[in-house]
Design a protein around this ligand. Structure first.
Ligand SMILES: Nc1ncnc2c1ncn2[C@@H]1O[C@H](COP(=O)(O)OP(=O)(O)OP(=O)(O)O)[C@@H](O)[C@H]1O
Length: 840
């Protein structure tokens, strides 16, 4: 790096050191500790100042001046969080020795490398999983994911770019490493960046290096990494993470290869449409407008992460779902038990991340104390769950960690300080050496405490006091009237206005003893703490196991709480393909409006539901609520309905609402058609397909015919369970052609005051479209409505008159008497008539 600055002379040594460290981490913003500040210089200082508003000054020495901006060390974490959010990669170089311990330049080393996907600092992490992802190509797309904070490491092989996006959207990584063939591919990188606005980094994806890194990490190449694309991705992750973690990742113990097809598939656009993780529009209380916002009643961070993981991967098999539902039901039935369990869970710390910090030897004294408090709660929890059949099996998986808790309790004081190097950590009576040192210091202090009386007597100075300050240490203080009584061998150390302070050789000697004992005690405490922490690492795996059991319990309790609070019911699954929802509701919408519940019946013989009704009547809400009920059932949750019987769906597809991708250069219609194409290609007879307003973005007849053909395909070939909401009344005629199609409508009625929505789904097609009435409600000016009304009538009259005319002419023609040319002319004439529908 060429430090931007002015001046002819060589760089001052401090800046020289800065530049050397800075050059070792070219992609990072280097925060360089100088005393109480983390400084940046040159262009970095300008960047930092611009991004954060930190005041830009200049570092000026004899021959050189350069821009400088600094962050106080004590507010480092706040700034780090901000810098990461702003997209910086940050390297922190700290002073490795005290300025007083050295004559020359203080030694500095980079102690932390921080990127959004590799942070371990608890205060910078959200409770959610923090994934670093890597993507490489080869025999498919290898996608690997690593959460450094918990050690979770998994991956899969995917085919097709869209599946990659779907999978990434499920995990929402904080940072993605792209292999050079992707990173260097301009169009791919641009699209990727648009779809995943997270930090994208370039990793080292060399296959051989990946293999060695993985073998070094795990002892041998873990199973599941046979595919080169996946091995490259996994290896790149390990190498990148190792670099940020000082070359060691003990918390990463195994790799899990998973197969997304073993879970219900929900694509990115469906997750967005259903507002599972985030609302489709941001605004006030937006978090509460998501499914997670409503269901997220977990009380621990691991529980929160597990609920997200379950939502990511709904199950396809009934047995494990029934097991989850049994556990939820037990906690629904026993409100007292649920409340007790949740109360205990609330006091639990994040054992999963604590376990990682134990393995990485990064746990603080407070971490150990939190560990002890959490582990001490385990017997209480086990006792609570005993006897509750579906929950007792959880207890059996809960390891006994009382020994670990006892060890911490015996060694550590109950409320240890933040710093490890200033003493006050270890309990009296735990370590004889430490006790000895403390005793020595205590003796010395006792001697000094007694000194005041002894010396007062021997010197006859009644006002004599023993005091202490940081500069002179212990001293004897004498007021002016008694100066003459001071013994000769006392040495004056400080003279104030009306008093003097002295020391004596004896006092100095005692002081030295005390200080020495104290400083040895502090060192000994630190050593004892390290020993304790090292010893506790042996329990880390069991602590993690406990965390996982507790997370499960937490999710059951949260789902039971939601079920009770919001009146959900246990879903049933059928093999015969009937879907019967009584009184179904939308889990999120019902939280903010007084909701009208609706029924839904589908079966293999009635599997296409055409839903008509005015705008705003609740058609898409009805579609979405059905998807949410199916999704909730397949994570093992109760569902918002009076009763619900469902088949197990393999996928949920939705094409709801107009989403366009203007930045991506795709029109609304294009997005819609791409999504429709995916559905038509991949849906199966076990899929739930929800289509809203297909074909709206194009001309009426194009749209109508596409919608019609899509319905036929889904009904005749795919045989998927399909709910189709539409404004095309023509589509209601499908029920006459397709045996499994049924018409339903959402009730609304025009009354004197305007249109009244009942939000009630009833059999049969809607009677009219009410589009103009909704436009009136929305405030479209009156004259325009009047004109639109006239046009509508003319259109409808024109259409039916002309259609009638055409039909009559066609029926009255004797085709046997027509020559081919006459037939062609007739067709042309008829077509023209149908086209002239618009009034003047
Ligand atoms: N069952 C219901 N009970 C109470 N309110 C409802 C119900 N369904 C929908 N609503 C309310 O009506 C509003 C409109 O619903 P929705 O968007 O589903 O209508 P829509 O028929 O799909 O409209 P459009 O055709 O314009 O897309 C929702 O925001 C919701 O507040």
């Amino acid at each position: 790096m060429n430090l931007k600055g002015q001046g002819a002379g060589p760089l001052p040594p401090l800046l020289q050191q800065y530049v050397e460290l800075r050059d070792a981490y070219p992609d990072y913003l280097l925060l360089f500790q100088v005393g109480d500040f983390y400084e940046t210089f040159g262009e970095d200082a300008e960047r930092l100042s611009k991004a954060t508003g930190i005041f830009l000054t200049h570092k000026t020495s004899k021959d050189f001046t350069t821009p400088m901006a600094g962050i106080p060390v004590r507010s480092g974490d706040t700034y780090l969080e901000r810098l990461l959010k702003l997209g910086f990669r940050v390297a922190v170089a700290e002073q490795m020795e005290l300025a007083t311990d050295t004559e020359g330049l203080v030694r500095r080393e980079v102690t932390q490398l921080l990127t959004p996907g590799t942070i371990l600092q608890e205060n910078l992490l959200r409770p959610e999983a923090n994934y670093l992802a890597a993507l490489a190509t080869g025999d498919g797309y290898g996608l690997a994911l690593l959460d450094v904070s918990t050690g979770e490491f998994r991956g899969t092989l995917l085919y097709g770019k869209n599946t990659v996006y779907d999978e990434l959207f499920r995990y929402r990584p904080a940072e993605v490493l792209l292999a050079p063939e992707l990173y260097g591919h301009e169009a791919f990188l641009a699209e990727f960046g648009r779809r995943f606005p997270v930090m994208i980094s370039e990793g080292s994806f060399d296959l051989e290096a990946a293999q060695s890194a993985l073998e070094a990490q795990f002892g041998s190449l873990p199973q599941g990494l046979e595919a080169p694309a996946l091995r490259r991705a996994a290896g790149a992750l390990v190498r990148y993470a190792l670099r940020s973690q000082d070359g060691s990742l003990p918390q990463v113990r195994n790799f899990v290869r998973y197969d997304p097809s073993l879970f219900m598939q929900i694509g990115e656009s469906t997750l967005r449409t259903l507002e599972i993780y985030e609302p489709s529009s941001v605004g006030e209380r937006s978090e509460s407008r998501t499914l997670l916002g409503v269901l997220g009643l977990t009380r621990t961070a691991p529980g929160r992460r597990l609920l997200r993981a379950w939502l990511r991967h709904p199950l396809l098999e009934e047995a494990p779902l029934q097991a989850r539902l049994d556990a939820v039901e037990a906690l629904v039935r026993d409100g007292v038990l649920r409340a007790e369990v949740r109360k205990v869970l609330y006091r639990m710390h994040d054992l999963e991340r604590l376990s990682s910090r134990l393995l990485a030897q990064r746990a603080s004294a407070r971490d150990l104390s939190a560990l002890e408090r959490s582990l001490s709660l385990l017997p209480e929890l086990s006792a609570l769950l005993q006897g509750f059949t579906p929950l007792a099996s959880l207890c059996e998986r809960l390891p006994n960690l009382s020994e670990a808790a006892d060890r911490v309790r015996a060694a550590l004081v109950s409320d240890p300080p933040l710093k490890l190097t200033e003493g006050g950590l270890i309990r009296e009576g735990f370590d004889p050496d430490l006790d000895g040192l403390r005793h020595r210091a205590e003796e010395g202090r006792g001697w000094i405490a007694g000194l005041e009386n002894t010396v007062r007597e021997t010197t006859q100075i009644p006002t004599l006091k023993v005091g202490y300050n940081a500069v002179f240490g212990y001293y004897l203080e004498v007021t002016r009237p008694y100066y003459d009584s001071v013994p000769k061998d006392w040495r004056a150390v400080q003279t104030l206005k009306d008093r003097m302070r002295f020391t004596t050789p004896e006092l100095k000697e005692q002081e030295r003893k005390i200080l020495q004992a104290e400083s040895e005690a502090i060192k000994r405490e630190y050593a004892v703490f390290l020993e304790l922490r090292e010893a506790l690492a042996q329990y880390a795996d069991e602590v993690r196991q406990a965390a996982q059991v507790l997370a499960e319990l937490d999710v059951y309790a949260a789902l039971a709480e939601a079920a009770t609070e919001y009146g959900y019911t246990r879903p049933r699954f059928t093999q015969d393909g009937t879907l019967e929802i009584r009184g179904g509701r939308h889990a999120v919408v019902e939280r903010s409006v007084s909701f009208i519940a609706n029924d839904l019946s589908l079966s293999p013989s009635a599997r296409l539901l055409i839903l008509t009704g005015p705008n705003m009547s609740g058609k898409s809400t009805y579609l979405r609520q059905t998807a949410l009920i199916a999704l909730l059932a397949q994570i093992g949750s109760f569902v918002p309905a009076e009763s619900a019987t469902l088949p197990l769906f393999d996928r949920i597809y939705t094409r709801i609402g107009a989403s366009d991708d203007i930045a991506g250069g795709r029109s609304t219609f294009m997005v819609e058609m791409e999504e429709l194409a995916t559905i038509l290609q991949h849906a199966t007879a076990q899929s739930l397909v929800l289509l809203d307003e297909i074909g709206r973005g194009t001309s009426t007849y194009d749209g109508l015919s596409l919608a019609w053909a899509a319905c036929e395909h889904l009904h005749n070939l795919t045989k998927a369970y399909t709910l189709f909401a539409t404004h095309y009344f023509e589509l209601t005629a499908l029920a006459n052609h397709l045996s499994g199609a049924r018409n339903f409508h959402v009730a609304a009625k025009e009354e004197a005051g305007g249109l009244v929505f009942y939000h009630q789904v009833l059999p049969g097609p809607a009677s009219q479209s009410y589009g103009l009435e909704v436009a009136r409600l929305a405030g479209v000016p009156h004259p325009i409505l009047v004109r639109a009304q006239a046009l509508l009538q003319a259109l409808e009259a024109g259409r039916s008159d002309r259609t009638q005319e055409v039909l009559e002419e066609l029926l009255s023609t004797d085709l046997t008497r027509l020559s081919p040319l006459e037939a062609l002319l007739l067709l042309g004439r008829l077509q023209e008539k149908l086209q002239r529908v618009l009034p003047a």
